[in-house]
Design a protein around this ligand. Structure first.
Ligand code: PMV
Length: 326
């Protein structure tokens, strides 16, 4: 009744922003991501018959109630599937800042889906694991897979077809994702609330949803033809479009800080000087620079020089979530 799993976060190149259903956590748009190898969450889940409540230890300390509740709700799904009611002790550790727009919820819930289902004695397919991980966090559905991954919107109301699939594995393309950390604080507005506020109040939300189909098609074909400039250009476009729609909510949601903007300018300057590098940014102030592997050290050195950049992590395309031991 105990298992440990490791999962990596992912960064969306075509962004997920908006839900078509809250209960099953179904996305309003599809998304395409790349899994990040050097960043990881390792989670251990142990169901214990004599435990009264679930216990969550996050990065070595007892988690806040809001985080414990979210994990308990997630474990309820596994308990229902396994037809038992044992509480669990969960230990989860990230080797990077938590809740700061670095996709820690993606790697957390992907690792919990894999460890939790195994500890409960369930043998779930990758597709079922992706469906389960999605209930914890939409982007977690993608972290079940390595490499380049597409999350489908799906059509069914129970979400059984709203799952991620692999477009190309982690060895397909020698690219790098250089992550510049500009703040290690928790983000001021969580992605669920921000998405729902955006959907309710932004005059541009309908167009965001409508236009995503074309972005997905173009990104898929850019990845399949290994057209790096096209992948990069589409990534910046989808990122800026997502932030434009959040900025246009009422009140507007601003995830960036001034160092975020400096990183964007620095990346565009590198590009002017003929280094193929493009940025993307999730629901937080961190900047992820997508480049060819041969340029990742140059990109790291350049971003590191910006005052206010706290840390820079180089990533290669990462592997899917996996069991570490039983
Ligand atoms: O998985 P969530 O609910 O934290 O939402 C993730 C949203 C973005 O990171 C901003 C975009 C994405 O596709 O990962």
């Amino acid at each position: 009744m105990k298992a440990t799993a490791k999962a990596h976060p992912n960064i969306a190149l075509i962004k997920y922003w908006g839900k078509r259903d809250q209960k099953f956590n179904l996305p309003a748009v599809g998304s395409i991501s790349i899994t990040l190898q050097e960043m990881a969450t390792v989670s251990t889940v142990e169901f214990q018959p004599d435990l009264k409540d679930d216990i969550l230890i996050l990065n070595g300390t007892k988690a806040k109630q809001i985080e414990s509740k979210r994990v308990s709700n997630f474990l309820d799904l596994i308990r229902a599937e396994a037809s038992f009611d044992f509480r669990a002790k969960v230990n989860s550790e990230n080797n990077f800042p938590t809740g700061a727009g670095l996709a820690s919820s993606a790697s957390a819930f992907a690792s919990l889906a894999v460890a939790g289902s195994r500890a409960a004695g369930l043998a779930l397919s990758k597709s079922k694991l992706s469906e389960l991980a999605r209930r914890g966090s939409g982007s977690a559905a993608r972290s079940i897979w390595g490499g380049f991954v597409e999350m489908k919107i799906g059509e069914r109301s129970d979400g059984s077809d709203a799952v991620a699939l692999q477009l190309a594995d982690e060895n397909y393309w020698d690219v790098g994702v250089v992550v510049a950390i500009t703040s290690e604080k928790y983000k001021n507005i969580g992605s669920t609330k921000a998405m729902n506020d955006t959907a309710r109040t932004s005059p541009f939300y309908g167009q965001w949803v409508f236009s995503s189909q074309k972005d997905l098609e173009e990104m898929r074909s850019a990845i399949f033809s290994r057209n790096f400039h096209k992948v990069g250009e589409l990534s910046e476009f989808s990122c800026l479009k997502m932030h434009a729609v959040t900025l246009s909510a009422r009140p507007g949601i601003i995830y960036w800080n001034k160092v975020t903007i400096e990183c964007i300018e620095c990346i565009r300057q590198l590009r002017k000087n003929n280094t193929a590098v493009y940025f993307t940014i999730d629901a937080g102030p961190q900047v992820k620079a997508l480049c060819l592997s041969k340029d990742k050290n140059l990109v790291k050195r350049t971003l590191q020089k910006i005052k206010g950049v706290k840390n820079v992590i180089i990533n290669s395309p990462g592997s899917g979530a996996e069991i570490l031991n039983e």
